[in-house]
Design a protein. Sequence first.
Length: 301
Amino acid sequence: MTVHPTHSTARSVSRRRRVALYAASLLCCSAILTALPGGASAAPAAGSPAPGPGTMAVAFEDQFDGPAGAAVDGGKWQTETGDNVNNHERQYYTPGNDNAALDGQGNLVITARKENPGNYQCWYGACEYTSSRLNTSGKFAAAYGHVEARIKIPRGQGIWPAFWMLGDDFGNVGWPNSGEIDIMENVGFEPGTVHGTLHGPGYSGSGGIGAAYTLPNGQAFADDFHTFSVDWAPDSITWSVDGNVFQRRTPADLGGNQWVFNKPFFLILNLAVGGYWPGDPDGSTQFPQQMVIDYVRVTTS
């Protein structure tokens, strides 16, 4: 993907972490210049059961319990702010609980709205949309394990939800050397399809290594909650949706390029509006749109 700048609001982190967060915010999700490649070498047949986590310990979990309207747990998440010029996304990521709040029913709701109450300025002028982006940088990172979230995604042309990870050494090595693991991305013009992708040195942006998973019988992901996960081990990452494996990647898939996924990564949740890959909203797109997250959990051996 191309990079995009935002501005972190985390004032309490160290200078190094602030630099890392700013740099991390130069990224979003995965290959946006072109649609990700369909199919995958070394991918198990669709519908195969996902490998079980075995004997695992919970390393990170947020079930988003709390009163309606409350912000996310600041001990687990940071909220980023700013616009995304290089992706040509249209939203401004707002601070606090303006666009990311608990619903009082055990969910986090990230809301994209067609509004600009703060007179925010974007790369194209006055911002047309607001949304939210959260990450665990400086608060949680881990190497390996089972990483999953149960999410009901939004819908509509130009809507772009994602659940993904960046290498925790981003502030030192930059992107794509840090690596990026996109667990789930959806672009609104594909209501029944999600994508999982790896980005690293020599296979970043539209050259990311990934595959797609499509629901059967014309179903749309926005109609219900679904569980998106990766099972991550040294030299191996396996993606699944609702327990159905749809790809597995190893260093052999990288054409001789470096595998940069044997180290800690941190988590990211965001809801973008517009951009090169999904395209901009049009007259058919209804607002507000909501990305509803039931839980996020990481278990490790």
